[in-house]
Design a protein around this ligand. Structure first.
Ligand SMILES: C[S@@+](CC[C@H](N)C(=O)[O-])C[C@H]1O[C@@H](n2cnc3c(N)ncnc32)[C@H](O)[C@@H]1O
Length: 440
Protein backbone atom coordinates (compact mmCIF):
# COMPACT_ATOMS: atom_id res chain seq x y z
CA UNK A 1 0.00 0.00 0.00
CA UNK A 2 1.86 3.05 -1.26
CA UNK A 3 -0.75 5.31 0.40
CA UNK A 4 0.39 4.20 3.89
CA UNK A 5 4.03 4.96 3.11
CA UNK A 6 3.12 8.32 1.61
CA UNK A 7 0.97 9.15 4.68
CA UNK A 8 3.95 8.45 6.95
CA UNK A 9 6.25 10.64 4.83
CA UNK A 10 3.66 13.48 4.78
CA UNK A 11 3.18 13.20 8.53
CA UNK A 12 6.94 13.52 9.15
CA UNK A 13 7.14 16.65 6.97
CA UNK A 14 4.19 18.25 8.74
CA UNK A 15 6.03 17.89 12.04
CA UNK A 16 8.51 20.46 10.67
CA UNK A 17 5.76 23.08 10.72
CA UNK A 18 4.28 22.79 7.21
CA UNK A 19 0.56 22.52 6.40
CA UNK A 20 -0.82 19.08 5.49
CA UNK A 21 -2.40 20.49 2.34
CA UNK A 22 0.98 21.86 1.14
CA UNK A 23 2.85 18.60 1.72
CA UNK A 24 0.03 16.49 0.35
CA UNK A 25 0.09 18.45 -2.89
CA UNK A 26 3.80 17.71 -3.29
CA UNK A 27 3.57 14.00 -2.51
CA UNK A 28 0.19 13.41 -4.08
CA UNK A 29 1.25 14.24 -7.62
CA UNK A 30 3.20 10.97 -8.02
CA UNK A 31 0.56 8.68 -6.51
CA UNK A 32 -2.32 6.87 -8.24
CA UNK A 33 -5.74 8.35 -7.31
CA UNK A 34 -6.73 5.57 -4.85
CA UNK A 35 -3.42 5.67 -2.96
CA UNK A 36 -3.50 9.50 -2.86
CA UNK A 37 -6.99 9.34 -1.32
CA UNK A 38 -5.82 6.80 1.26
CA UNK A 39 -2.78 8.93 2.21
CA UNK A 40 -4.93 12.07 2.47
CA UNK A 41 -7.65 10.37 4.53
CA UNK A 42 -5.10 8.88 6.91
CA UNK A 43 -3.21 12.09 7.61
CA UNK A 44 -6.34 14.19 8.02
CA UNK A 45 -8.04 11.65 10.32
CA UNK A 46 -4.87 11.44 12.39
CA UNK A 47 -4.38 15.20 12.62
CA UNK A 48 -8.01 16.10 13.36
CA UNK A 49 -8.10 14.06 16.57
CA UNK A 50 -4.42 13.68 17.37
CA UNK A 51 -4.90 13.81 21.17
CA UNK A 52 -7.68 11.19 21.00
CA UNK A 53 -5.45 8.65 19.20
CA UNK A 54 -2.64 9.23 21.69
CA UNK A 55 -5.06 8.66 24.57
CA UNK A 56 -6.43 5.46 23.02
CA UNK A 57 -2.92 4.19 22.29
CA UNK A 58 -1.91 4.87 25.89
CA UNK A 59 -4.69 2.61 27.11
CA UNK A 60 -3.45 -0.27 24.91
CA UNK A 61 0.30 0.12 25.50
CA UNK A 62 2.26 -1.41 28.36
CA UNK A 63 4.90 1.33 28.34
CA UNK A 64 4.61 5.13 28.15
CA UNK A 65 3.81 6.34 24.64
CA UNK A 66 6.54 9.01 24.87
CA UNK A 67 9.28 6.39 25.32
CA UNK A 68 8.65 4.92 21.85
CA UNK A 69 10.78 5.99 18.90
CA UNK A 70 9.32 8.89 16.90
CA UNK A 71 8.76 6.72 13.78
CA UNK A 72 6.92 4.08 15.81
CA UNK A 73 4.72 6.75 17.41
CA UNK A 74 3.85 8.09 13.93
CA UNK A 75 2.98 4.59 12.70
CA UNK A 76 0.76 3.92 15.72
CA UNK A 77 -1.06 7.25 15.45
CA UNK A 78 -1.80 6.89 11.74
CA UNK A 79 -2.69 3.22 12.23
CA UNK A 80 -5.04 3.91 15.14
CA UNK A 81 -6.78 6.77 13.27
CA UNK A 82 -7.10 4.65 10.12
CA UNK A 83 -8.51 1.63 11.93
CA UNK A 84 -11.07 3.60 13.90
CA UNK A 85 -12.15 6.06 11.22
CA UNK A 86 -11.83 4.50 7.77
CA UNK A 87 -14.79 2.23 7.42
CA UNK A 88 -14.28 0.92 3.86
CA UNK A 89 -10.92 -0.77 4.59
CA UNK A 90 -10.39 -4.34 5.73
CA UNK A 91 -8.69 -3.74 9.13
CA UNK A 92 -6.33 -6.65 8.67
CA UNK A 93 -4.81 -5.26 5.44
CA UNK A 94 -4.34 -1.87 7.08
CA UNK A 95 -2.60 -3.48 10.08
CA UNK A 96 -0.37 -5.48 7.71
CA UNK A 97 0.59 -2.36 5.75
CA UNK A 98 1.61 -0.56 8.96
CA UNK A 99 3.57 -3.58 10.20
CA UNK A 100 5.42 -3.70 6.85
CA UNK A 101 6.23 0.00 7.17
CA UNK A 102 7.57 -0.61 10.71
CA UNK A 103 9.80 -3.40 9.45
CA UNK A 104 11.45 -0.87 7.12
CA UNK A 105 11.74 1.95 9.64
CA UNK A 106 12.16 0.28 13.02
CA UNK A 107 12.22 -3.53 12.69
CA UNK A 108 12.55 -4.02 16.47
CA UNK A 109 9.06 -2.51 16.99
CA UNK A 110 7.21 -4.57 14.35
CA UNK A 111 5.80 -7.07 16.88
CA UNK A 112 4.63 -4.27 19.18
CA UNK A 113 2.92 -2.40 16.32
CA UNK A 114 1.25 -5.62 15.18
CA UNK A 115 -0.06 -6.42 18.68
CA UNK A 116 -1.27 -2.90 19.51
CA UNK A 117 -2.99 -2.28 16.19
CA UNK A 118 -4.74 -5.67 16.28
CA UNK A 119 -6.02 -4.88 19.76
CA UNK A 120 -7.25 -1.47 18.58
CA UNK A 121 -8.97 -3.07 15.57
CA UNK A 122 -10.90 -5.36 17.91
CA UNK A 123 -11.52 -3.19 21.01
CA UNK A 124 -10.83 0.40 19.97
CA UNK A 125 -14.39 1.30 18.96
CA UNK A 126 -15.69 0.50 22.40
CA UNK A 127 -13.24 2.98 23.91
CA UNK A 128 -14.33 5.56 21.33
CA UNK A 129 -18.02 5.13 22.24
CA UNK A 130 -17.17 5.44 25.92
CA UNK A 131 -15.52 8.82 25.35
CA UNK A 132 -18.30 9.99 23.03
CA UNK A 133 -20.99 9.32 25.61
CA UNK A 134 -19.06 10.68 28.56
CA UNK A 135 -20.43 13.94 29.99
CA UNK A 136 -16.96 14.81 31.24
CA UNK A 137 -15.54 17.93 29.51
CA UNK A 138 -12.05 16.48 29.15
CA UNK A 139 -13.42 13.39 27.39
CA UNK A 140 -15.55 15.55 25.12
CA UNK A 141 -12.48 17.60 24.14
CA UNK A 142 -10.68 14.34 23.38
CA UNK A 143 -13.53 12.87 21.37
CA UNK A 144 -13.97 15.93 19.13
CA UNK A 145 -10.23 16.47 18.72
CA UNK A 146 -9.57 19.69 20.60
CA UNK A 147 -6.84 20.71 23.00
CA UNK A 148 -8.45 20.94 26.43
CA UNK A 149 -7.70 24.61 27.03
CA UNK A 150 -9.47 25.51 23.78
CA UNK A 151 -12.52 23.34 24.55
CA UNK A 152 -12.75 24.97 28.00
CA UNK A 153 -12.42 28.48 26.58
CA UNK A 154 -15.13 27.88 23.95
CA UNK A 155 -17.47 26.43 26.58
CA UNK A 156 -16.96 29.53 28.75
CA UNK A 157 -17.33 32.06 25.98
CA UNK A 158 -19.96 30.42 23.72
CA UNK A 159 -22.10 28.46 26.14
CA UNK A 160 -22.78 24.74 25.88
CA UNK A 161 -24.90 24.62 22.68
CA UNK A 162 -22.77 26.83 20.44
CA UNK A 163 -19.55 25.36 21.82
CA UNK A 164 -20.86 21.91 20.88
CA UNK A 165 -21.46 23.19 17.35
CA UNK A 166 -17.83 24.33 17.20
CA UNK A 167 -16.66 20.97 18.56
CA UNK A 168 -18.64 19.06 15.91
CA UNK A 169 -17.29 21.33 13.16
CA UNK A 170 -13.80 19.92 13.82
CA UNK A 171 -14.87 16.72 12.08
CA UNK A 172 -16.71 18.17 9.07
CA UNK A 173 -14.87 17.22 5.90
CA UNK A 174 -14.27 20.42 3.91
CA UNK A 175 -15.06 20.72 0.21
CA UNK A 176 -14.29 23.29 -2.46
CA UNK A 177 -16.47 26.21 -3.48
CA UNK A 178 -15.69 27.83 -6.82
CA UNK A 179 -16.12 31.59 -7.13
CA UNK A 180 -16.87 32.14 -10.80
CA UNK A 181 -15.44 35.07 -12.72
CA UNK A 182 -18.01 37.52 -14.17
CA UNK A 183 -17.34 36.04 -17.65
CA UNK A 184 -18.09 32.45 -16.55
CA UNK A 185 -21.55 31.02 -17.05
CA UNK A 186 -22.48 28.88 -13.99
CA UNK A 187 -24.45 26.32 -16.05
CA UNK A 188 -21.68 25.82 -18.63
CA UNK A 189 -18.98 25.64 -15.96
CA UNK A 190 -21.01 23.09 -14.00
CA UNK A 191 -21.22 20.91 -17.13
CA UNK A 192 -17.46 21.18 -17.72
CA UNK A 193 -16.74 20.18 -14.12
CA UNK A 194 -19.10 17.24 -14.54
CA UNK A 195 -17.19 16.06 -17.61
CA UNK A 196 -14.06 16.09 -15.42
CA UNK A 197 -15.83 13.95 -12.83
CA UNK A 198 -16.60 16.78 -10.35
CA UNK A 199 -20.21 17.28 -9.32
CA UNK A 200 -21.16 20.89 -8.61
CA UNK A 201 -24.27 22.89 -7.81
CA UNK A 202 -25.14 26.50 -6.95
CA UNK A 203 -24.38 27.93 -3.53
CA UNK A 204 -27.57 29.01 -1.73
CA UNK A 205 -25.90 32.33 -0.85
CA UNK A 206 -24.21 33.60 -4.03
CA UNK A 207 -25.44 33.21 -7.61
CA UNK A 208 -21.86 33.25 -8.92
CA UNK A 209 -20.57 30.46 -6.66
CA UNK A 210 -20.65 26.72 -7.29
CA UNK A 211 -20.26 24.16 -4.55
CA UNK A 212 -18.63 20.79 -5.12
CA UNK A 213 -18.01 17.55 -3.32
CA UNK A 214 -14.39 17.73 -4.33
CA UNK A 215 -11.32 18.37 -2.29
CA UNK A 216 -9.25 18.25 -5.51
CA UNK A 217 -6.17 20.09 -6.66
CA UNK A 218 -7.47 23.37 -8.17
CA UNK A 219 -4.49 24.31 -10.39
CA UNK A 220 -4.85 21.05 -12.31
CA UNK A 221 -8.60 21.53 -12.88
CA UNK A 222 -10.21 22.81 -16.05
CA UNK A 223 -10.55 26.59 -16.34
CA UNK A 224 -8.34 27.51 -13.38
CA UNK A 225 -5.34 28.75 -15.38
CA UNK A 226 -7.68 30.80 -17.60
CA UNK A 227 -9.08 32.56 -14.50
CA UNK A 228 -12.61 31.20 -15.04
CA UNK A 229 -12.97 30.43 -11.34
CA UNK A 230 -11.17 30.68 -8.01
CA UNK A 231 -11.37 28.34 -5.04
CA UNK A 232 -12.56 30.38 -2.05
CA UNK A 233 -14.60 29.42 1.00
CA UNK A 234 -18.03 31.01 1.13
CA UNK A 235 -17.28 32.82 4.40
CA UNK A 236 -14.29 34.48 2.80
CA UNK A 237 -16.47 35.35 -0.24
CA UNK A 238 -19.00 36.87 2.17
CA UNK A 239 -16.29 39.28 3.45
CA UNK A 240 -15.05 40.44 0.03
CA UNK A 241 -18.65 40.58 -1.22
CA UNK A 242 -19.42 43.03 1.63
CA UNK A 243 -16.48 45.20 0.56
CA UNK A 244 -17.93 45.18 -2.97
CA UNK A 245 -21.38 46.27 -1.84
CA UNK A 246 -19.98 49.02 0.40
CA UNK A 247 -17.83 50.26 -2.48
CA UNK A 248 -20.78 50.37 -4.84
CA UNK A 249 -23.40 51.77 -2.41
CA UNK A 250 -21.10 54.47 -0.97
CA UNK A 251 -19.24 55.24 -4.21
CA UNK A 252 -15.85 54.44 -2.66
CA UNK A 253 -13.30 53.20 -5.18
CA UNK A 254 -9.90 53.41 -3.50
CA UNK A 255 -9.27 50.33 -1.41
CA UNK A 256 -6.32 49.45 0.76
CA UNK A 257 -5.97 45.73 1.50
CA UNK A 258 -3.65 45.86 4.54
CA UNK A 259 -2.97 42.12 4.82
CA UNK A 260 -3.58 40.97 1.27
CA UNK A 261 -1.89 37.56 1.53
CA UNK A 262 -2.19 35.67 -1.75
CA UNK A 263 -4.73 38.19 -3.02
CA UNK A 264 -7.84 36.01 -2.90
CA UNK A 265 -10.16 38.73 -1.61
CA UNK A 266 -8.39 41.43 -3.67
CA UNK A 267 -8.93 39.31 -6.80
CA UNK A 268 -12.62 38.89 -6.01
CA UNK A 269 -13.12 42.63 -5.51
CA UNK A 270 -11.19 43.66 -8.63
CA UNK A 271 -12.85 41.14 -10.95
CA UNK A 272 -16.34 42.24 -9.87
CA UNK A 273 -15.81 46.05 -9.72
CA UNK A 274 -14.16 47.46 -12.85
CA UNK A 275 -13.75 51.00 -11.41
CA UNK A 276 -11.97 49.97 -8.19
CA UNK A 277 -8.25 50.16 -7.49
CA UNK A 278 -6.50 48.25 -4.73
CA UNK A 279 -3.25 48.90 -2.93
CA UNK A 280 -2.23 45.55 -1.44
CA UNK A 281 0.27 45.07 1.39
CA UNK A 282 1.67 42.00 3.03
CA UNK A 283 4.60 41.20 5.29
CA UNK A 284 5.49 38.07 3.37
CA UNK A 285 7.47 38.39 0.15
CA UNK A 286 6.26 34.98 -1.01
CA UNK A 287 2.63 35.90 -0.49
CA UNK A 288 3.02 39.17 -2.35
CA UNK A 289 4.59 37.20 -5.20
CA UNK A 290 1.64 34.76 -5.10
CA UNK A 291 -0.81 37.67 -4.86
CA UNK A 292 0.58 39.37 -7.95
CA UNK A 293 0.42 36.06 -9.82
CA UNK A 294 -3.19 35.56 -8.69
CA UNK A 295 -4.25 38.97 -10.03
CA UNK A 296 -2.43 38.29 -13.29
CA UNK A 297 -4.31 34.98 -13.60
CA UNK A 298 -7.58 36.92 -13.27
CA UNK A 299 -6.41 39.66 -15.66
CA UNK A 300 -6.93 42.49 -13.13
CA UNK A 301 -3.32 43.22 -12.07
CA UNK A 302 -3.19 46.66 -13.70
CA UNK A 303 -5.60 48.09 -11.10
CA UNK A 304 -3.39 47.02 -8.20
CA UNK A 305 -0.19 48.14 -6.48
CA UNK A 306 1.63 45.63 -4.27
CA UNK A 307 4.05 46.33 -1.44
CA UNK A 308 6.00 43.96 0.78
CA UNK A 309 6.28 45.25 4.33
CA UNK A 310 4.83 45.76 7.77
CA UNK A 311 1.38 47.34 7.56
CA UNK A 312 2.12 49.16 10.79
CA UNK A 313 4.81 51.12 8.95
CA UNK A 314 4.00 51.26 5.22
CA UNK A 315 2.43 54.43 3.82
CA UNK A 316 -0.37 54.35 1.22
CA UNK A 317 0.16 55.95 -2.21
CA UNK A 318 -3.26 57.63 -1.90
CA UNK A 319 -5.62 58.11 1.05
CA UNK A 320 -7.82 54.97 1.07
CA UNK A 321 -11.63 55.23 1.15
CA UNK A 322 -12.04 51.65 2.36
CA UNK A 323 -9.44 49.72 4.34
CA UNK A 324 -9.81 45.96 4.40
CA UNK A 325 -8.03 44.46 7.38
CA UNK A 326 -8.23 40.69 6.92
CA UNK A 327 -6.08 40.23 9.96
CA UNK A 328 -3.50 37.53 10.70
CA UNK A 329 -5.15 35.25 13.24
CA UNK A 330 -5.20 31.82 14.87
CA UNK A 331 -7.32 30.47 11.97
CA UNK A 332 -9.54 28.69 14.50
CA UNK A 333 -12.54 28.94 12.16
CA UNK A 334 -10.71 26.91 9.53
CA UNK A 335 -9.43 24.02 11.62
CA UNK A 336 -11.71 21.60 9.74
CA UNK A 337 -9.54 22.45 6.70
CA UNK A 338 -6.22 22.99 8.50
CA UNK A 339 -6.38 20.84 11.66
CA UNK A 340 -2.67 21.22 12.42
CA UNK A 341 -3.37 24.82 13.56
CA UNK A 342 -5.11 23.79 16.80
CA UNK A 343 -2.13 21.76 18.02
CA UNK A 344 0.27 24.60 17.28
CA UNK A 345 -1.70 27.28 19.12
CA UNK A 346 -0.98 28.20 22.76
CA UNK A 347 -2.67 30.75 25.06
CA UNK A 348 0.44 32.96 24.70
CA UNK A 349 0.32 32.80 20.89
CA UNK A 350 -3.39 33.65 20.96
CA UNK A 351 -2.79 36.78 22.99
CA UNK A 352 0.07 37.84 20.72
CA UNK A 353 -2.40 37.62 17.80
CA UNK A 354 -4.80 39.89 19.73
CA UNK A 355 -2.02 42.43 20.35
CA UNK A 356 -1.05 42.51 16.68
CA UNK A 357 -4.71 42.74 15.60
CA UNK A 358 -5.30 45.67 17.96
CA UNK A 359 -2.26 47.53 16.58
CA UNK A 360 -3.23 46.83 12.97
CA UNK A 361 -6.78 48.01 13.58
CA UNK A 362 -5.53 51.24 15.18
CA UNK A 363 -3.37 51.79 12.10
CA UNK A 364 -6.32 51.08 9.77
CA UNK A 365 -8.52 53.58 11.61
CA UNK A 366 -5.71 56.13 11.53
CA UNK A 367 -5.54 55.92 7.71
CA UNK A 368 -9.20 56.73 6.89
CA UNK A 369 -10.74 60.19 6.93
CA UNK A 370 -14.35 61.19 7.73
CA UNK A 371 -16.81 58.84 6.02
CA UNK A 372 -14.04 56.26 5.48
CA UNK A 373 -14.69 52.57 6.13
CA UNK A 374 -12.65 49.91 7.88
CA UNK A 375 -13.67 46.29 7.27
CA UNK A 376 -12.18 44.07 9.97
CA UNK A 377 -12.25 40.30 9.52
CA UNK A 378 -10.61 37.19 10.90
CA UNK A 379 -11.11 33.48 10.27
CA UNK A 380 -11.22 32.91 14.01
CA UNK A 381 -13.97 32.19 16.52
CA UNK A 382 -12.03 33.38 19.57
CA UNK A 383 -13.55 36.50 21.13
CA UNK A 384 -10.02 37.66 22.03
CA UNK A 385 -9.32 38.15 18.32
CA UNK A 386 -12.68 39.68 17.50
CA UNK A 387 -15.06 41.49 19.87
CA UNK A 388 -12.24 42.34 22.26
CA UNK A 389 -10.13 43.92 19.50
CA UNK A 390 -13.13 45.90 18.22
CA UNK A 391 -14.14 46.95 21.76
CA UNK A 392 -10.70 48.40 22.44
CA UNK A 393 -10.66 50.26 19.11
CA UNK A 394 -14.12 51.75 19.79
CA UNK A 395 -12.99 52.89 23.25
CA UNK A 396 -9.88 54.62 21.99
CA UNK A 397 -11.54 56.12 18.88
CA UNK A 398 -14.81 57.86 19.81
CA UNK A 399 -15.22 59.05 16.18
CA UNK A 400 -15.73 55.44 15.00
CA UNK A 401 -19.11 53.70 14.78
CA UNK A 402 -20.09 50.18 13.87
CA UNK A 403 -22.28 49.61 10.79
CA UNK A 404 -24.95 46.90 10.70
CA UNK A 405 -24.56 43.98 8.32
CA UNK A 406 -27.30 42.19 6.38
CA UNK A 407 -26.77 38.43 6.18
CA UNK A 408 -28.66 38.02 2.85
CA UNK A 409 -29.68 34.51 3.89
CA UNK A 410 -26.25 33.74 5.36
CA UNK A 411 -26.62 32.46 8.93
CA UNK A 412 -24.95 35.32 10.82
CA UNK A 413 -24.51 35.17 14.55
CA UNK A 414 -24.30 38.58 16.24
CA UNK A 415 -21.04 39.04 18.16
CA UNK A 416 -21.31 39.95 21.81
CA UNK A 417 -21.63 42.87 21.54
CA UNK A 418 -19.75 43.79 18.34
CA UNK A 419 -19.48 42.37 14.84
CA UNK A 420 -20.90 39.21 13.31
CA UNK A 421 -19.85 35.60 13.16
CA UNK A 422 -20.25 33.07 10.38
CA UNK A 423 -19.99 29.87 12.34
CA UNK A 424 -18.44 26.79 10.71
CA UNK A 425 -21.19 24.27 10.12
CA UNK A 426 -20.96 22.94 6.58
CA UNK A 427 -18.14 21.79 4.27
CA UNK A 428 -18.20 25.11 2.38
CA UNK A 429 -18.46 27.57 5.27
CA UNK A 430 -15.52 28.23 7.61
CA UNK A 431 -15.77 30.19 10.84
CA UNK A 432 -15.28 33.90 10.24
CA UNK A 433 -15.78 37.19 12.07
CA UNK A 434 -16.63 40.44 10.35
CA UNK A 435 -17.13 43.97 11.68
CA UNK A 436 -17.60 47.12 9.61
CA UNK A 437 -16.56 50.46 11.11
CA UNK A 438 -17.05 54.00 9.80
CA UNK A 439 -15.28 57.21 10.76
CA UNK A 440 -17.78 59.96 11.58
C1 LIG B 1 -5.66 36.17 6.81
S1 LIG B 1 -4.23 36.33 5.88
C2 LIG B 1 -4.78 37.35 4.56
C3 LIG B 1 -5.53 36.62 3.48
C4 LIG B 1 -5.87 37.50 2.30
N1 LIG B 1 -6.62 38.67 2.69
C5 LIG B 1 -6.64 36.75 1.23
O1 LIG B 1 -7.88 36.84 1.21
O2 LIG B 1 -6.00 36.06 0.41
C6 LIG B 1 -3.30 37.47 6.84
C7 LIG B 1 -2.03 37.97 6.19
O3 LIG B 1 -1.45 38.95 7.05
C8 LIG B 1 -0.06 38.97 6.78
N2 LIG B 1 0.58 39.75 7.88
C9 LIG B 1 0.85 39.36 9.14
N3 LIG B 1 1.38 40.37 9.85
C10 LIG B 1 1.45 41.44 9.02
C11 LIG B 1 1.92 42.77 9.14
N4 LIG B 1 2.42 43.24 10.28
N5 LIG B 1 1.86 43.57 8.07
C12 LIG B 1 1.37 43.11 6.89
N6 LIG B 1 0.90 41.87 6.72
C13 LIG B 1 0.94 41.04 7.76
C14 LIG B 1 0.30 37.52 6.66
O4 LIG B 1 1.49 37.35 5.92
C15 LIG B 1 -0.93 36.94 5.95
O5 LIG B 1 -0.71 36.83 4.58
Amino acid sequence: MKGVEAALAIWEETRKGLFLSQVLRRFGEDLPEGERKLASTLVYCAMRRYNLWVEILRSFLRRPFETLQAETRDILILGCAGLLEIKHFVPQSLVNAFVEATKKKNPADAALVNAVLRKIASDGREKLEELKNSPNQINQALFWGLPQWIARRWMESWGQDLAKKLFVSQLIKPYLSFRLSPRTDPGEMGEKFFEEGVKSWRSPYFNYVLRSNSFGHPPSMLGYNEGLWTPQTESSIFVSDKVLSLSSSLGKRKILDMCAGRGIKAGHILERAQDVTIEAWDLSKNRVYAGRRELRRLGVQNRSIWKVGDSLKLAPEEAPEIVLLDAPCSGSGTWGRHPEGKWRLSPGKLSSYSDLQRDLLERAIGMVTTGGIVVYSTCSVFREENERVIGEALCSNPDIIEIEIEGGGFPLQRGRPFGYYLLPGSPWVDGFFLCILMKR
